[in-house]
Write a protein that binds this ligand. Sequence first.
Ligand SMILES: CC(C)(COP(=O)(O)OP(=O)(O)OC[C@H]1O[C@@H](n2cnc3c(N)ncnc32)[C@H](O)[C@@H]1OP(=O)(O)O)[C@@H](O)C(=O)NCCC(=O)NCCS
Length: 174
Amino acid sequence: MTTTGAYKSTNRSTNEYASLRRVLFEDLRALESLEKEVFLDLAYSRPYLRSLYDMFRTTWYVADHDGDLAGYALVGLASNKTDAWLQALAVGNRHQRQGLGSKLMDKALITMMEAGVTDAYLTVDPRNEAASRIYERFEFTLVREEDDYYGNGEMRYVMHRSLEDNPYDGADPS
Ligand SMILES: CC(C)(COP(=O)(O)OP(=O)(O)OC[C@H]1O[C@@H](n2cnc3c(N)ncnc32)[C@H](O)[C@@H]1OP(=O)(O)O)[C@@H](O)C(=O)NCCC(=O)NCCS
């Protein structure tokens, strides 16, 4: 396992709109609602959220805005211990465009750095302007396009950032 570069949490992570904390079991109900609100028919089910909680709760952060679960970022560390996938990034409709997506992305990359991850991956629908904007700003680049990523006919871009060659230092990438 390689741990690279110094990092610091700065920039948009200091935004005061919401505070970030680790997920709690009690958050699963609110997370189920958030999933349905933003991902519609691709929402993670409650049983799957429970499994994700068991596997990834130490690398799963939620954004709390006045007691409201406003968003979350879930990092899945791969079994090879060098790769990680951003399993999900979501901000509730009424909390968007406040910098929360960026703040959660900052936390996700710091989490990966702390775990010694060398290769960060994610998928995105290229029509998703907000998500694409964040991922490009955080220096993810296209690896490949998959026409039928989920087996439901939807295409996704697979994107990658090397944290070995390009360690995340928390500097504002905008
Ligand atoms: C993608 C998402 C997490 C962004 O969250 P957010 O809190 O609104 O993001 P931010 O406020 O940090 O804005 C990030 C950037 O996206 C831009 N943006 C936000 N909403 C946008 C929209 N609807 N259309 C175009 N750009 C948008 C912002 O202007 C900002 O751009 P900048 O980097 O030039 O300043 C949020 O829109 C969301 O949860 N969408 C539904 C779920 C989803 O698509 N998740 C990603 C799956 S891959």
